[in-house]
Design a protein around this ligand. Structure first.
Ligand SMILES: Nc1ncnc2c1ncn2[C@@H]1O[C@H](COP(=O)(O)OP(=O)(O)OP(=O)(O)O)[C@@H](O)[C@H]1O
Ligand SMILES: [Mg+2]
Length: 275
């Protein structure tokens, strides 16, 4: 047959074969840790900010990359309203707040502007944040992932060296279904799972009575079933919520708070597995 047919079948073969990807480390950083959950609203961003500050308290240099392009939380949770500067017109300098280097799409657009973007634009924003931000000498970069198993997760898994993922969930049945999907996604993409966190685990009254609002021990059980590490329980706590809304994460406001101590314990454990 003529050359054209050969070319076509070669092209098809290329597409049918699994692609091989080159994974780049985020420039200026040693280790990348993704905070993930397949379900929305379970506390990823709250965890990411407090965990980052707890890691910083262990003496590490830490950054947070808000990878939630459609619903960035970092500007509000870390009280950042400045726009990042660029010295050379190509690279952006992250904004340092509470000693943490931060970057979010929310620093670049007005806070009430909806991000009506298709997948390829999200991928391109993620690449900019990982390659064109002047992260400086970081031990850890904490990536606050959007919910789900979509474009952002795929971009990170295929093109960026992710050293580990922490999966946050509430103990509710419906959330646990998503946790299992999340575990399977990371296993499939060969991203090591550092452990599972049970957030909004229970509510305890001032009198010490405990209510298991979303169920009991669900996350711990999934961790056991899938042979993953269980990192701990974070109860529903009003101080944690108020601090998040005030733009000063609880760990920054009060590192001695009982909830801050849980974050410190988890960060000690994670740090120990890397450094
Ligand atoms: N343990 C907790 N106790 C009390 N409030 C909490 C707790 N964890 C998170 N919250 C609150 O729950 C809400 C959702 O948390 P957060 O934004 O961190 O979730 P998310 O998983 O990042 O959501 P999204 O999927 O939209 O990114 C916030 O108002 C936060 O302050
Ligand atoms: Mg979030």
């Amino acid at each position: 047959m003529d050359k054209k047919t050969v070319n076509l079948s070669d092209g098809f073969k290329g597409r049918a074969n699994p692609k091989s990807f080159t994974k780049n480390a985020i420039s200026g950083t040693k280790f990348t840790i993704a905070i993930s959950s397949a379900k929305g609203g379970v506390g990823k961003s709250t965890f990411a900010t407090n965990f980052a500050l707890a890691l910083k308290a262990t003496g590490s240099k830490v950054g947070i990359l808000d990878a939630d392009i459609y619903g960035p939380s970092l500007p509000k949770m870390m009280s950042i309203s400045d726009k990042p500067k660029s010295e050379d017109g190509k690279n952006m300098t992250p904004i340092t707040q509470y000693g943490i280097q931060c970057m979010s799409i929310g620093f670049l657009v007005d806070k009430d502007t909806p991000m009506i973007w298709r997948g390829p634009m999200v991928t391109s924003a993620i690449k900019t944040f990982t390659q064109k931000v002047l992260w400086s000498d970081l031990d850890f970069i904490i990536v606050d992932m959007p919910p789900g198993t979509g474009d952002t997760q795929l971009t990170f898994a295929q093109e960026i060296k992710v050293d580990g993922a922490i999966i946050v969930s509430t103990p509710q049945e419906i959330a646990l279904l998503d946790v299992k999907r999340g575990i399977n996604m990371f296993d499939k993409l060969k991203v090591p799972i550092l452990g599972l966190v049970d957030n909004m685990s229970f509510f305890e009254t001032d009198e010490g009575k405990r209510y298991n609002i979303f169920g009991e021990n669900g996350v711990e059980k999934v961790a056991k079933d899938y042979k993953k590490e269980f990192l701990g329980k974070i109860p529903i706590n009003i101080d944690l919520r108020i601090a998040a809304d005030s733009g000063i994460p609880l760990f920054e406001k009060n590192p001695d708070h009982e909830i801050s101590k849980i974050f410190r314990k988890i960060s000690d454990k994670i740090k120990g597995s890397f450094l």
